[in-house]
Write a protein that binds this ligand. Structure first.
Ligand code: SF4
Length: 192
């Protein structure tokens, strides 16, 4: 979800900071895209940003639609959401949204506290199951260090998308390896 005012130092997604209402995506269009993507199988939906809770009404509408889709089709996918907000604030201000999630990774990214925990950007970020399905899917990973952090690279024309949560220094290593093959990255999302 586009837009984040938190500006955590070291954020790798600085391209998501700007609030750009001119590029709003209608929910039915987003859902149609989700259904198309799910044709080959789907076991989970991850919502990140930006800061998803900055668009609380849209986030709630999306989650209600995903819940209805899950019920209609009997699909057994879980919903994981990231947030840079403190967990206590989310609990006090966004209970209806939390009730529709299976798991959440809250708290602002802290570059000075690297971690090997799966799916987390820094050591202060917990993984919190919020439903029986979330417990079933995520409980084995709450405190487990990852030997390898899954990280996907997709090429779309002249744009390169990095999907996943990179570890400390991963993106710089990626940039160096690309340079070693004569490929210079311009306008990367981890530098202003
Ligand atoms: S790490 Fe997340 S919460 Fe922090 S500035 Fe980046 S997008 Fe925003």
């Amino acid at each position: 979800m586009q837009g984040c005012a938190l500006a955590c130092p070291g954020c790798v997604s600085q391209d998501t900071w700007a609030f750009e209402p001119g590029r709003a995506l209608p929910l039915p269009v987003l859902l149609a895209w989700c259904r198309e993507m799910a044709q080959d199988g789907l076991d989970g939906v991850t919502i990140s940003g930006g800061e998803p809770f900055e668009q609380a009404a849209a986030l709630l509408a999306l989650l209600e639609a995903l819940r209805d889709w899950r019920h209609e089709t009997g699909r057994h996918f879980d919903i994981l959401c990231y947030s840079g907000q403190p967990w206590r604030r989310l609990q006090s201000q966004f209970a209806p949204i939390l009730a529709l999630l299976d798991a959440i990774i809250p708290e602002p990214f802290q570059a000075r506290r690297p971690t090997r925990r799966l799916w987390r950007g820094s050591a202060n970020q917990p993984l919190i199951p919020l439903s029986p399905l979330g417990q079933e899917r995520y409980a084995p990973y709450l405190d487990r260090d990852a030997e390898h952090r899954p990280f996907q690279i997709a090429v779309d024309g002249e744009r390169v998308w990095a999907i996943g949560i990179p570890g400390a220094g991963d993106l710089e290593r990626l940039e160096q390896r690309c340079a070693g093959h004569g490929l210079r990255l311009g306008g990367v999302s981890w530098r202003a």
